[in-house]
Design a protein around this ligand. Structure first.
Ligand code: BES
Ligand code: MN
Ligand code: ZN
Length: 488
């Protein structure tokens, strides 16, 4: 990962980046973009040169806009004018990502920020670290990449905690992206377990428990066993606990961990199956958030549960028409083995409610294609009975640069969950994302009003590079969860 250093003044000037912003209303409609003042200011000759460039440069100053100016033989040799828009965190985040892409062949650059502006620093750092992410599996040598960014942003000591928060957030988002991008030929449930074990190795304050299929059977995790039954790689349940002494609140995070979703006997058609290695993005996100919270020593207890299974087609696969007995005893009738996510989540949630009795329960899942039908490519669908909790999470998600939209849990849709044979019907046809949420709600017990579910199928993946998102897995959820956890 690229190194970002806080320095009190430019030290080694090869490439210098100066922020620019759109002209304000007082400056008139045709006024050129303006330099953003920094402390200390850039060297006088450079500032004068940049100022002289602006009127003719046709720059708007919008976030992520970028113009290079070469100064052969000069110090610096290269000047980059970087649009930061409103100069707020989203503006700097987009700017950081654009810079990471434009400067990818440089080795070292220096960026000047307005002094003492933590939001600018956080945006820039996360933009740089996330925009420079790449996932590749090849023996070919990596191309040279930007390795060091010096940031001049005021008192380095005062800003160090902000940089640490940004770095941890980005590092955990990148971990979630790596896990989600990994092909399912490598990524079976046991592989995921090994990644968790490696991440927590040597950290005595993180307790890890992994349930094997025999233990899942002995304790009655019927949903996880049914979904995992068709695969040569058996299911697992990861339980990871961050329990600091000063914790005031206990949160359980549950993440859907289907390491590949073929649909099972109700098999998916080719276009719908090709990206189903990403069906553990919820598990990756809650893992990243938990590891991040531990790294930042947030004073909140977090127990993270990731039910892990591969939904495959075979002679041992579960069948449409089967009835599953979930943890705690509720039964569900399956008519579509492709509605597997809610079956594994139901077990983990019922376990959390009964055995862990937390204060709050949050689950993240790539649960339905309907998420994208309703909300497009960037917004998760957020469900909760609790207005305050929903608002708090939406605020944190938005502040972190992710997006979600609240969805209803209508009372008159509950009848769709009716089954003649079992307590619940697991895959009603209408309003697929909504009825999936209503199904999960049946497993929240006493935590019904302290539960949030996010269907994140859509924002878990990006089809193309877009600001801090890079093509492929986005790591959606790590950033928003970490912001929210930091408020508890
Ligand atoms: N993993 C899929 C949902 C999904 C779709 C995630 C597209 C990411 C992108 C999930 O298991 C699924 O198959 N859901 C079904 C539910 C239906 C059978 C009730 C769906 O969305 O069609
Ligand atoms: Mn499915
Ligand atoms: Zn799935």
């Amino acid at each position: 990962m690229l190194a970002i250093r806080l320095v009190s003044g430019p030290e080694w000037l090869d490439t210098l980046v100066l922020p620019i912003r759109p002209a304000g209303p007082a400056e008139g409609p045709d006024a050129p973009a303006a330099l953003v003042p920094t402390t200390p200011p850039a060297p006088g000759d450079v500032l004068a040169e940049a100022g002289a460039l602006l009127p003719a440069a046709r720059l708007t100053g919008r976030a992520g806009e970028l113009r290079e100016h070469l100064r052969p033989g000069g110090t610096p040799q290269r000047l980059i004018l970087l649009g930061v828009g409103a100069g707020d965190e989203p503006g700097w985040r987009a700017a950081g990502a654009a810079l990471a892409r434009a400067a990818k062949d440089e080795t070292q650059i220096t960026v000047m920020l307005p002094a003492g502006d933590p939001a600018a620093l956080r945006g820039l750092a996360e933009g740089l670290l996330l925009g420079s992410y790449r996932f590749r599996m090849t023996e070919a040598g990596a191309k040279p990449a930007l390795t060091e960014v010096d940031v001049v942003a005021g008192d380095p000591d005062a800003l160090a905690p902000t940089l640490t928060a940004a770095r941890t957030t980005a590092e955990m988002t990148r971990l979630a992206r790596d896990l989600t991008n990994t092909p399912s030929s490598l990524k079976n449930p046991q592989w995921f377990v090994e990644q968790v074990a490696a991440a927590v190795a040597g950290q005595a304050d993180l307790r890890l428990r992994v349930r094997q299929p025999e233990e899942l059977a002995a304790e009655g995790f019927g949903g996880i066993l049914a979904v995992g039954g068709g695969s040569a790689s058996g299911p697992r349940l990861v339980e990871l606990d961050w329990h600091p002494a000063d914790a005031r609140t206990h949160v359980v995070l549950v993440g859907k961990g289907i390491t590949f979703d073929s649909g099972g006997i109700s098999i998916k058609p080719v276009p719908a199956m090709k990206l189903m290695r990403k069906d553990m993005a919820g598990a990756a996100a809650v893992l990243g958030a938990t590891l991040g919270a531990a790294a930042l020593r947030l004073p909140v207890r977090i127990t993270t549960l990731t039910p892990l299974a591969e939904n495959m087609v075979s002679g041992s696969a579960f069948r449409p028409g089967d009835i599953v007995r979930h943890y705690g005893g509720l039964t569900s009738e399956t008519t579509n083995s492709d509605a597997e996510g809610r079956l594994v989540l139901a077990d983990a949630m019922a376990y959390a409610v009964r055995e862990l009795a937390p204060d709050l329960l949050v689950d993240l899942a790539t649960l339905t294609g309907a998420n994208a039908v309703a909300l497009g490519k960037r917004h998760g669908a957020l469900y909760s009975e609790n207005d305050q909790l929903a608002a708090d999470l939406l605020t944190a998600i938005d502040a972190a640069g992710e997006h979600a939209w609240r969805m209803p849990l209508p009372a008159d849709y509950v009848e769709y969950l009716g089954s003649d044979l079992a307590d619940l019907h697991s895959s009603p046809e209408p309003a697929k994302s909504v009825t999936a949420a209503l199904f999960l709600r049946e497993f929240t017990g006493d935590l019904r009003d302290r539960w949030v579910h996010v269907d994140m199928s859509a924002p878990s993946w990006a089809e193309e590079d877009d600001a801090e998102l890079t093509r492929g897995a986005t790591g959606w959820g790590v950033r928003g969860l970490l912001r929210w956890l930091a408020t508890l």
